[in-house]
Design a binder for this molecule. Structure first.
Ligand code: NAD
Length: 325
């Protein structure tokens, strides 16, 4: 059994990755700053589930604050197997309004964690990157070799910078690094700033569904358990590699809504808004590399995934009603 430092442990993906590691019997030290990037009652809800595990230790820390981070890791006296960096300011649209906090966490935060790897001789680092760095790439499905020099948002640019820092630390200090480019993740207790959480909440509560653009845009929706398992598979030693983790099955937003209508038995009332400039038309992952090197394939079909999310929303109806979006 190993010790892991997981950042963004109260986040959507971080909580699931932490949970699986805890179920496997590892010790997880989870850190998060519980910021208000979205209604943080949801972050506290996830954290409460993790605190049920006796092998979980939580500390509220901002990864931007390198002095506190350093002091904390030194105080734990642990020999970490890996740092899994899932803390970030995520989301394309908000990054246009407030780019600075994206850079503080996504770039300088990543730098601070890479420094920890160097100082405390932590041999493995995993970085959560994003499909958004492909922009409107015309080579589809997107493969890891595609050009990533077209940035449509400060969020995408910050992820690209974090990837570059990883390459530098691998080159200079030999840190073994897996860079994971996640494609639109959805699942129970998901992010309320993302489409699937909002669509289900709006449909169940009888509110109009707001769609940016005409709803024809496609996303390679990937179930959170698959993403979490891919993240854990990427803990193996690879040197320095970048992997797409996606479902290889893009779905149109309007079709997503029909599937949710079918699952809830309720009718959606659509309200179309202007397309957002930084939103890409489609995402689609080529996942050959993750299959070959990480022995990873996404296992959850979109229908099964949506069933699980709708069930979670119905089980937690009163709680979800209070969540601000
Ligand atoms: N969800 C997706 O579809 C998706 C897609 C591509 C990439 N990603 C990436 O995956 C990672 C996890 O995303 P998520 O969907 O779980 O997002 P999330 O916002 O739910 O989780 C991120 C967590 O990090 C914490 N955090 C943010 N800044 C911090 C800081 N400075 N110090 C400590 N904690 C901090 C937040 O409070 C939050 O709990 C992020 O790097 C994100 O960019 C997510």
């Amino acid at each position: 059994m190993s010790d892991f430092l997981v950042t963004g442990t109260s986040g959507f993906i971080g909580s699931r990755v932490s949970e699986i590691l805890l179920q496997e019997g590892h010790l997880v030290i989870g850190i998060d700053n519980l910021n208000n990037s979205y209604d943080n009652r949801l972050k506290k809800w996830r954290l409460k589930q993790l605190k049920e595990f006796s092998n979980f230790i939580y500390e509220e820390i901002d990864i931007y604050d390198h002095k506190i981070l350093d002091k904390f890791v030194s105080k734990t006296k642990r020999s970490f197997e890996a740092i899994i960096n899932l803390a970030a300011h995520a989301g394309v649209r908000k990054s246009v309004e407030n780019p600075r906090i994206y850079y503080e966490t996504n770039v300088l935060g990543t730098l601070n964690l890479l420094e920890l790897c160097k100082k405390f001789e932590i041999g493995k680092f995993v970085l959560a990157s994003s499909s958004s760095i492909y922009g409107e790439s015309d080579i589809i499905p997107f493969s890891e070799e595609n050009d990533t020099d077209i940035f449509l948002s400060p969020y995408a640019a910050s992820k690209k910078s974090a990837e570059d820092l990883c390459k530098t630390y691998n080159y200079l200090f030999g840190t073994d690094i897996s860079i994971l480019r996640f494609f639109t993740v959805y699942g129970p207790a998901g992010r309320p700033d993302m489409s699937i959480f909002r669509f289900i909440k709006w449909i169940i509560e009888g509110d109009p569904i707001q769609i940016y653009g005409d709803g024809q845009q496609k996303r390679d929706f990937t179930f959170v358990d698959d993403i979490a398992k891919g993240t854990i598979n990427s803990l193996r030693r690879v040197g320095l590699e970048t992997f797409n983790l996606g479902s290889d099955n893009p779905i149109k937003l309007l079709d997503v809504i029909s599937i949710i209508e079918q699952e809830t038995g309720m009718k959606a009332n659509l309200e179309f808004k202007d397309k957002f400039e930084s939103d890409v038309f489609a995402t689609w992952a080529n996942i050959k590399k993750a299959k070959e090197i990480l022995n990873w394939v996404p296992k959850t079909s979109f229908m099964d995934g949506i069933k699980k999310v709708v069930a979670w929303h119905l089980e937690n109806k009163e709680f979800v009603r209070q969540i601000k979006i």
